[in-house]
Design a protein around this ligand. Structure first.
Ligand code: TXA
Ligand code: MG
Length: 360
């Protein structure tokens, strides 16, 4: 199958393909989604096949506006209503008791359905034209980093899907926050673009699903139990002030490049760091020829200034995919504080580095 790349003026063509029950990748403000007609069992089954996704992992249905929710849910509580008013369109996914209309293949057999209204102009226009809810997981092969560009989608999905709607680079870069409401409290099943602090402006009780804090608990969002975002190389996430991170890296480099003048180094090392950390590294290199030689062999990706969480979220998945392209064997990535958007970022970085987080 040839994958057609649809431009902004070709929404109608893209919509027709989706309504023919083919897969069409769609841009959103978080990451690209792998879209299918959410009311068709046949179309949705193609998503699981294209991604290699376990069938017990439910999908999010995307709608262009709050008004499209009524037919898909059995009830809407006052708190759920308030959340939609406050954060839609935006990176918040809410799970509701599902209506009969939603095929059980979408919800992986669960009796709740996850709904989201993306804050992406082109995506919402597309959703309006198709007129059906669009089931869409992130448009990567299961387990790999989520795509934030057309190129990254095509790398995984070229030939496996009917088309892609080109909406440029995704702004936020990490997936939506998934929540479930009960009475007067909100449980965060997956941290994302809408932070706990933002949810606290609407509701006094906002907790994280226990499984996000304790590994032995069963997560309420089935997807959270799978390995995710794994780059091909091994990754270490380092958290601390730039000088301490730089110090840690000098020690690591001397372990992984034992003989710096060896031409045929089998290790390919990458850094994903802040401007400040790279500056300290370059400063140290001025006084240490051996370290300078080692640093010159490393592929450096700078996400922005230290602690700029938006920049880190925006850069992270693209950086991991770049490391795959370059055949990197060791990734050292600078993490951030676990607060605000940092909760979502550190959740993804922890998974990408199989829990290897070093506080320096
Ligand atoms: O930002 C996003 O949410 C992106 C864009 C494309 O919208 N989508 C996305 O989908 O990340 P996906 O399938 O990669 O992740 C959906 C998450 C999974 O962890 C899944 O288990 C959870 O949401 N989920 C979906 N339906 C659910 C339900 N009914 N109850 C609990 N968790 C649910
Ligand atoms: Mg995903």
């Amino acid at each position: 199958m040839k994958t057609i790349r649809f431009r902004e003026g070709q929404i109608e063509e893209a919509a027709r393909l989706l309504l023919d029950n083919e897969l069409v990748a769609i841009p959103t403000e978080t990451v690209y989604g792998l879209g299918a007609n959410g009311l068709s069992e046949e179309a949705v089954s193609k998503i699981y096949k294209a991604k290699g996704r376990p069938s017990d992992n439910p999908l999010i249905l995307h709608v262009p506006h709050k008004d499209y929710v009524d037919n898909l849910v059995a009830t809407i509580s006052p708190l759920e209503d308030k959340l939609m008013d406050a954060f839609w369109p935006g990176p918040l996914t809410i799970t509701f008791p599902k209506s009969e209309m939603v095929p059980s293949i979408v919800t992986g057999g669960l009796n709740r359905v996850a709904l989201r209204c993306p804050d992406h102009e082109l995506c919402r226009r597309f959703l309006e034209v198709v007129g059906v809810p669009v089931a869409a997981p992130s448009a990567n092969i299961s387990g790999r980093p989520s795509p934030t560009t057309v190129e990254a989608v095509l790398h995984d999905m070229e030939g496996r899907i009917g088309g892609i709607l080109d909406g440029g680079t995704c702004d936020i870069g990490v997936e939506s926050t998934v929540v479930e409401c009960s009475n007067d409290s909100i449980t965060i099943l997956r941290p994302g673009g809408i932070t706990r602090e933002m949810l606290l402006t609407i509701c006094d009780t906002v907790e994280y699903d226990k499984a996000l804090l304790h590994e032995d608990e069963q997560p309420k969002a089935p997807g959270m139990k799978y390995t995710h975002y794994a780059p091909n190389g091994t990754m270490v996430t380092i958290v601390g002030e730039p000088p301490r991170i730089a110090q840690y890296l000098t020690e690591e480099f001397s372990k992984i490049f034992p003989s710096y003048n060896e031409d045929e180094a089998s290790q390919r090392v990458a850094l994903i760091v802040s401007e400040e950390t790279l500056e300290v590294l370059e400063f140290l290199a001025k006084f240490d020829e051996e370290f300078s030689e080692r640093l010159s062999k490393v592929h450096s990706i700078v996400y922005g200034t230290c602690g700029d969480m938006k920049a880190l979220a925006h850069t992270l998945y693209g950086a991991l995919l770049e490391c795959n392209e370059l055949g990197i064997t060791h990734i050292y990535a600078e993490g951030c504080a676990t607060e605000g958007l940092g909760v979502a970022i550190m959740n993804r970085m922890s998974k990408a580095s199989s829990g290897c987080i070093i506080n320096v």
